[in-house]
Design a protein around this ligand. Structure first.
Ligand code: FAD
Ligand code: SIN
Length: 529
């Protein structure tokens, strides 16, 4: 089937939905999403959205905190723009019905998180993502010219360089989309295409991310010829619940903002040995401190203790975390929570300018898939949802002022090439390769890296990619197969970027190059096919 729309948005997290809403005033919008509309990292966000709303806060302070965490690699103009537009974007969400927590005077109850020098996290208890998604999904469903395609997975972008080399610059004119229910690949043609597919936590064995986070959009854009940057900066969240029955459950940094202390098994505190801000040091430092303590002690986890706070306060402020832990037999008002670091947020992604444009004409990237210059070598907590909201507005403004509506539709766009498409019973190959990639990334390309481990990871990923290339065009296309190909590409990009950066900075820590080297490496690592 061929489907024509003005704007094609791939992904239905905060980035895709907030941009879709805005673009619906300019034309028809198709939002495709590979599971149901709510399934996204956004839905699981706990801590909140950072924005300057407190009386003792200022844009300058938020900008300074963001740039300090990014260790020399933030783009100043991006940070300035995102921070200064934050309050307007929060008001927009409130206008859509998002009900954020407030204090007794009716003002926002501002939370505190690592690396922030002020209280500036707007939140809805510890279920901020759920609240934001409810508001956005409600608003999107009300718009007549937005069509939502659930269970629809983008396979590849359609770019003119692939089929119309004589049409000048490489333009993106849509994407091939797998209709998972009908098992059919459709051709979506659009005047502008937006990647809003989120992050790639599933590249690691232990992650806070939901199953949809496979880096699909980054891999697709890279295959289409877009530049990708800073993939070596993968943020590990210091505190994910360590429990055999809990898959990917985060224990929000907001607990540390409210006084929770990290301890070893026998109760010894350790963060003062690593940073003067202790538990509220930037994430890379807290995650590395825990990793180092675990390696020294041989323990499986450390413990996060908030039981010194009043039980009523804990239950009201962290109802979701309280319930989840209680279900697993941990009463957080009385005892410490077992936690480990887990892959959480990809700071790198597809390179965009300050209007969300990639270096492929008519291809925009919004949200965690993008590398906008906001986060540099380490993201400050709760700056991600903020970046998504602000860039949705910037992309909208760019499209609104441009002449995209007049773009000519290309003729004779080729339908999807299904290859040999044999229905194979060899799905074991796919699951084996999946498993290998996630383990090798965890063990060799995790919180602490070495040249030797990276070298080994590179050899292995090349081997696995060779195997995938051998069978990819033989099999009927399925979401598992597509995700495997994408995760392998993302793993390769992370490994190559990590090998290129011969220093330690922010989230990239290599024991063979333990120091920061501003002279040679105060710059992005950019990869292009
Ligand atoms: P997502 O919300 O992940 O949405 C991506 C969408 O793309 C999904 O709908 C997905 O199904 C779809 N998709 C992916 N691939 C395809 C494909 N091939 N075809 C079609 N659709 C596809 N950040 C903060 O600022 N504050 C927080 O408190 C916070 N808490 C977090 C807690 C958790 C547990 C996690 C995992 C992350 C948290 N983050 C937080 C990070 C933040 O949630 C994400 O960076 C942000 O939500 C990303 O939004 P997005 O719209 O870019 O992507
Ligand atoms: C958290 O609640 O700890 C997550 C916040 C974030 O990742 O920004």
């Amino acid at each position: 089937m061929e489907i024509k729309t003005d704007f094609l948005i791939i992904g239905s997290g905060i980035a895709g939905l907030s941009l879709g809403l805005k673009l619906s005033s300019l034309g028809t919008v198709a939002i495709v999403t590979k599971r149901d509309i709510k399934e996204s990292a956004t839905f699981y966000a706990q801590g909140g959205i950072s924005a300057v709303m407190g009386e003792d806060d200022s844009f300058e302070d938020h900008i300074e905190d963001t740039i300090r965490a990014g260790i020399g690699l933030c783009r100043g103009e991006t940070v300035k723009k995102v921070v200064s537009e934050g309050p307007a974007r929060i008001r927009e969400l409130v206008g859509m019905g998002a009900d954020f927590s407030r204090d007794s005077s009716g003002a926002f109850d501002l939370g505190k998180e690592g690396g922030h020098t002020k209280r500036r996290i707007i939140h809805a208890a510890d279920i901020t993502g759920r609240e934001v998604m409810s508001a956005l999904v409600g608003a999107v469903r009300d718009k007549k010219n937005i069509s939502i395609y659930e269970q629809s997975m983008a396979v590849d972008l359609i770019t003119t360089s692939k089929f119309a080399k004589d049409q000048g610059e490489n333009s993106c004119i849509g994407a091939y989309i797998l209709d998972k229910k009908e098992k059919r690949v459709d051709t979506f043609i659009a005047k502008a295409t937006v990647i809003a597919t989120g992050g790639a936590g599933k590249v690691y064995r232990f992650t806070s991310n939901p199953d949809v986070a496979n880096g699909d959009g980054i891999a697709m854009a890279y295959r289409a010829g877009a530049s990708v940057a800073n993939m070596e900066f993968f943020q590990f969240h210091p505190t994910c619940l360590y429990h055999r029955e809990a898959k990917s459950f985060l224990i929000s940094e907001a607990l540390r903002g409210e006084g929770a202390i990290l301890k070893l098994k026998k109760g010894k505190k350790f963060m003062a040995n690593y940073h003067p801000m202790k538990e509220l040091a930037p994430r890379d430092i807290v995650a590395r401190a825990i990793d180092s303590e675990l390696k020294k002690t041989g323990d499986d986890c450390v413990f996060l203790d908030i039981s010194m706070r009043d039980p009523d306060f804990i239950i009201k402020r962290f109802p979701n975390i309280y319930e989840k832990c209680l279900d697993l037999g941990i009463d957080i008002t009385k005892e410490a929570i077992p936690v480990v670091p887990a892959a959480h947020y990809l700071c790198g992604g597809v390179v965009t300018d300050l209007e969300g444009r990639s270096d492929i004409d008519r291809l925009y990237v919004c949200g965690e898939s993008a590398s906008t210059g906001m986060h540099g070598a380490n993201r400050l907590a709760s700056n991600s949802l903020l970046e998504c909201l602000v860039f949705a507005e910037l992309i909208y403004q760019n499209i609104n002022k441009g002449n995209i509506a007049d773009k000519e539709e290309p003729v004779d766009v080729p339908a999807w090439n299904p290859g040999r498409a044999v229905d194979s019973d060899e799905s074991v190959i796919v699951s084996q390769n999946w498993d290998e990639i996630r383990r090798l990334m965890q063990n060799y390309v995790g919180i602490v890296r070495t040249d030797k481990r990276l070298e080994r990871a590179k050899r292995r990923i090349e081997l696995i990619q060779g195997e995938i290339a051998e069978y990819y065009w033989d099999f009927i296309v399925t979401s598992d197969l597509l995700e495997l190909r994408n995760i392998a590409t993302v793993a390769e990009l992370i490994i190559r970027s990590a090998m290129t950066r011969k220093e330690s900075r922010g989230l990239h820590y290599n024991l063979d190059h333990p120091d920061i080297d501003d002279k040679n490496w105060k710059k992005d690592v950019v990869l292009k096919l």
